[in-house]
Design a protein around this ligand. Structure first.
Ligand SMILES: Nc1ncnc2c1ncn2[C@@H]1O[C@H](COP(=O)(O)OP(=O)(O)OP(=O)(O)O)[C@@H](O)[C@H]1O
Length: 242
């Protein structure tokens, strides 16, 4: 990573099948910070990630997405989708190296193997995705995202398929390896947002609300009493959100 990771701002509204998906909203991914986005199913969280990633969505968006350094976002984003999007015919190692292959570059295999080791998949690196468990596949997709080493990182429920222990470890790994990046994390887990979020938004049919968050450093301990209290507060807010 060369340039400092900028902040990213999305401002606008989206229509889906002739009806508002979300009204005018302003979402800022603070520079070099974790921004977490919580909210019930179907409110448009993935749509927001895909809009920022420059990917197609079913919605029609009317607004702007800008970076604070006034430089286009294209080519500066790593996006980890909700589904793992692993190539079924490629090994874990080749999937992790996919970005370089698609760009016609030589992949840094040593780096890929080191990241695969960090996500605990060394014994599986030559296996095809179909032979892995859901949690292993999600860790392979996480490794591919970490391999990309982009200044802006969009993560759509990246730890959702993991058992509790592995989830807490992968949260810590991501916090370490993505330090200094500008990150947007969509999650359904208030505890995860409490551990990782510098800024936490709750999205509902009423729009975006900024929730409380805790002070750095990240990641906060899952056992920290302030984390547990914030987790409870966020769940209460989610249950009362529209
Ligand atoms: N390909 C599609 N065609 C039509 N409608 C779609 C499509 N993809 C998503 N939608 C609709 O767009 C709306 C927003 O979807 P989106 O995936 O952004 O929600 P979300 O908040 O991320 O939900 P979840 O938490 O369940 O992942 C939903 O009503 C969904 O049904």
């Amino acid at each position: 990573m060369t340039l400092a990771a900028p902040s990213v701002h999305l401002s606008g509204a989206a229509m889906l099948e002739g009806r508002p998906l979300f009204g005018q909203l302003d979402l800022t991914m603070a520079a070099q910070s974790w921004t977490c986005l919580l909210g019930s199913s179907g409110v448009g969280k993935t749509t927001i990630l895909r809009l920022i990633a420059g990917l197609d969505t079913a919605a029609i968006f009317d607004g702007q997405i800008t970076a604070s350094d006034n430089t286009p976002l294209r080519g500066r984003i790593a996006y980890m989708a909700q589904t793992d999007l692993l190539l079924p015919w490629a090994s874990v190692l080749d999937n992790v190296c996919l970005g370089a292959h698609l760009r016609g570059q030589t992949a840094d295999k040593d780096k890929a193997e080191a990241i695969i080791a960090r996500v605990g998949l060394t014994a599986h690196k030559q296996k095809k995705p179909a032979t892995l468990s859901g949690g292993q596949r999600q860790r392979a997709a996480l490794a591919r995202t970490l391999m990309e080493d982009r200044p802006i990182v969009l993560l759509d429920e990246p730890f959702s398929a993991l058992d509790s222990r592995t989830r807490s470890e992968m949260q810590e790994l991501a916090a370490e390896m993505l330090d200094g990046r500008t990150i947007l994390l969509v999650t359904h887990d208030p505890g995860e947002a409490a551990r990782l979020g510098h800024v936490i938004y709750i999205m509902s049919s009423q729009g975006l609300e900024t929730a409380d968050s805790l002070s750095p450093p990240l990641p906060r301990s899952f056992a920290d009493k302030d984390v547990l209290a914030l987790q409870s507060t966020l769940l209460t807010q989610l249950r009362s959100a529209g």
